[in-house]
Ligand binder design. Sequence first.
Ligand code: NDP
Length: 400
Amino acid sequence: MSRALIIGAGGVAGVVIHKCCQNSEVFTDICIASRTKSKCDKFKEELQDKTKTNITTAQVNADNVPELVALMKEYKPDICINVALPYQDLHIMDACLECKVDYLDTANYEPEDTAKFEYSWQWAYRERFEKAGITAILGSGFDPGVTGVFCAYAQKHYFDEINYIDILDCNGGDHGYPFATNFNPEINIREVSAKGSYIQDGKWVETEPMEIKRVYNFDQVGEKDMYLLHHEELESLALNIKGIKRIRFFMTFGQSYLTHLKCLEDVGMTSIEPIMYEGKEIVPLQFLKAVLPDPASLGPRTKGKTNIGCIFRGKKDGQDKTYYVYNVCDHQECYKEVGSQAISYTTGVPAMIGAMMVLTGKWKKPGVYNVEEFDPDPFMEALNKWGLPWTENFDPVLVD
Ligand code: NDP
């Protein structure tokens, strides 16, 4: 019997809510709390007659710690699942500390005024969480999230040392719009317009945005262009996986997306520097978000599949070894099941599973952790059960 407080009511939250309601044995009670309460109420209306989970809703500004604390004191959750935006991470962690509530998120903290994301801010909470006897799980979406669990699984079962990891994130879906993002447009555009980087021999190597391109033939999707990006899990995996010489992250983008993005960048629409417009300060990127399609509305239109996984090269018993593990997810199947496209689905399912790992005691340890620091086996088993089955290939095509 456990109570989860879910913060946020957007695309990813919708999947977390559906999945918790499918898993009523673990999630007996959930409270959906977000800035716009009507969105929380809509989920409650849709699901309350179809689930044994008791659903309540609340309005909360997750940037306001006293408001969060008041809500936690009233609702008394066992865990808080943060699926709002990365800007809220530290505020929600502060409230969890004050109320001694376990914490989980899917994206690392990012200051609103600097497009820079790294774990240092959240890792700085380690000692305080240890002392309070509560667990924080960072980055339990797909990437970060399942990709870290895949790494821990490869390390545990197949390698003595892993020297090279390439994380490949392919979205072969088509929503029919000339330009739209699959998750929060502001966060997405900040991520893809930033400089690229990867870790080589313990050091970050920086590239220009989209400077490194490769082509890869993805199972069930086909051949796609993919580009090297900076991604948060590189930082924790380089520390937690033994023997790493190089770790990179690639994401696929179509030409239309890139052409639109370049044009928007060139005219200043992706800037996060505030400007004055008709006597009011606005942030161009936030204005752009307001005119782009809401990612939560892409579900019914998106066709095709995602394929996300990791390719490993390393050694086992003195021999060279390669291994590829990935999940393929169908946008329309996700929509049929929970009313969302596959990007929200592949993020929301691992968030529910991560919370289940904590609530059932399998991943309960005071402190602040990345997912690859725990036993991957129960999580991998749960992926197969809860909608994200994985495939292994011991002779994959490598990325040069
Ligand atoms: P959405 O923009 O669809 O949803 C965000 C939700 O958070 C909205 O309901 C929004 O409220 C709410 N919110 C924002 N600010 C506040 C606040 N101050 N107080 C309370 N609620 C607030 O985003 P997504 O669902 O697409 O993404 C959610 C998270 O998932 C993001 O952090 C994103 O980075 C992460 N993500 C992780 C991935 C992974 O694989 N690890 C992949 C994709 C996303 P309102 O409705 O009022 O706007």
